[in-house]
Design a protein around this ligand. Structure first.
Ligand SMILES: C[S@@+](CC[C@H](N)C(=O)[O-])C[C@H]1O[C@@H](n2cnc3c(N)ncnc32)[C@H](O)[C@@H]1O
Length: 430
């Protein structure tokens, strides 16, 4: 295991190799099950019947620039935490703008945060804010699968700790997948697993640093190799899937993980491309999607389709969904009594897993959303201006503090478009 106590220059990093060939599996949502039953090629059938391909695609393409429906708005709660622009600008300056960090600070506003684990260090924006806000913090552990991210985060935290005279704070950073959180914490301190940690945080997906590095292959708008590994030591790349995986698997990935309605048509194009040497760069894949999308929906239309295709590939390359589900259970096990786990997700597949797993973890007995619960158990939940305090679901093992996910405030959305799809859910252990 790669363990690096901060401020000890001799400590070395190892790069664990994950078996990325493992095919992700998770329970299909009702809508996906209905897609499985649906005849696969709505657009092709329309064309065979003498219809116009572009019209056929347009018919099944989701509308672009949709404003959220009232039904959708009911299912989430816009953050009511006051947006701190000064703090935002301070933490936004290091290559990656941390999303919803005021809400994250609020989520960990508990009487004493003595130990904290950031499962997705990135550029350490959230971690820096937590470390600065909690002088009582004694132990910080940060994980990321990306060596570059861990290096950058370590430098940033190192400066913060020495500038703030925080010598008493023990800081460990690891190049490690968060699914191994128990092994990591056990390695840091054998008592940690039985005592538990007070806060665990996940900010899912990729960082701006990863998207902006075209060599990583995550960017729809740039050109680079079709890689998409968050962990540069991983064995599976996006181009392996596109050029060698069975045709039906390619289609299944686009359908299940890209939620792409035009998946069958794209699958056929991808398989046809193999006859001409396959797809090897993100530009080639985006061109294929653009041509397959015709002019319907304009530029936004094909960019959105390409984004869904990239999302699907990224999920499989990094085994993101199964890893997330397993890790949520492991993280909850690692919490102390009264400890909190907060997760920011960026697309509906992730959010659905967080929502369902939280419900499963707490073993909900039907009591939920009770305002007077604050009065009954104020001692454990903590006080403050918590926006979610009236939207809880109480279970046998814990309380979901966000019955509906919290989404960014309008001020943040105006400053950072990337945050628009973010959803924050928080759970607390009894
Ligand atoms: C959105 S960024 C986090 C940004 C960070 N919160 C900040 O403020 O700078 C997500 C990070 O999580 C990492 N990551 C994604 N999945 C991971 C996993 N399973 N285990 C560890 N790190 C992971 C990515 O490599 C990326 O650096």
């Amino acid at each position: 295991m790669a363990t690096n106590r901060l401020l000890s220059p001799s400590a070395a990093f190892l790069h664990p190799r994950e078996n990325n060939l493992f095919l992700p599996f998770f329970r299909l949502h009702t809508r996906q099950r209905s897609q499985l039953r649906r005849p696969p090629s709505t657009s092709r059938d329309a064309v065979r019947r003498g219809g116009n391909l572009k019209l056929a695609i347009k018919k099944i393409a989701p509308p672009t620039n949709r404003s959220p429906s009232p039904e959708h708005l009911k299912r989430r709660t816009r953050s009511g935490v006051e947006f701190d622009r000064e703090l935002y600008e301070r933490y936004a300056s290091a290559g990656h703008v941390p999303v919803m960090f005021c809400e994250v600070l609020e989520a960990f506003r508990i009487p004493r945060l003595r130990s904290f684990v950031d499962c997705t260090l990135g550029a350490a924006g959230h971690s820096s804010a937590i470390i600065e806000a909690h002088r009582e913090l004694e132990l910080f552990v940060g994980l990321d699968v990306d060596t570059l991210a861990v290096d950058k985060a370590r430098t940033r935290i190192e400066a913060l700790v020495s500038d703030g005279f925080r010598e008493e704070l023990k800081v460990y950073t690891h190049v490690r997948n968060f699914k191994y959180i128990k092994a990591v914490l056990g390695g840091v301190d054998e008592n940690l697993l039985s005592e538990g940690v007070d806060g665990i945080f996940m900010d899912l997906g990729i960082s701006s640093m990863q998207v902006d590095n075209l060599e990583r292959g995550f960017s729809v708008l740039g050109d680079g190799p079709l890689d998409m590994r968050m962990d540069p030591q991983g064995t599976l790349k996006a181009e392996d899937i596109l050029n060698t995986w069975p045709e039906a698997e390619v289609g299944r990935i686009l359908r299940d993980y890209g939620e792409e309605s035009n998946w069958w048509f794209l699958q056929e194009k991808i398989i046809n491309a193999r006859k001409k040497g396959g797809l090897h760069s993100s530009r080639e894949l985006v061109d294929l999607v653009r041509k397959a999308s015709g002019k319907s929906g304009g530029r936004l239309g094909w960019i959105k389709t390409a984004t869904r295709v990239f999302q699907a590939l990224r999920i499989v390359v990094n085994d993101e969904l199964q890893t997330l589900e397993n890790a949520l259970y492991a993280c909850f096990d690692c919490l102390s009594s009264g400890g909190r786990l907060a997760v920011i997700s960026f697309h509906s597949l992730e959010d659905r897993i967080v929502k369902k797993t939280f419900l499963d973890i707490i073993e909900n007995e039907g009591e939920d959303d009770e305002e007077d619960y604050t009065v009954k158990r104020n001692d454990k939940i903590g006080t403050g201006t918590q926006i979610w305090s009236k939207q809880r679901i109480v279970g046998r093992n814990g309380t979901i503090l966000t019955k509906r996910p919290i989404t960014p405030c309008e001020d943040e959305e105006r400053l950072n478009r990337r945050c628009r799809s973010a959803k924050l859910r928080v759970i607390q252990k009894h």
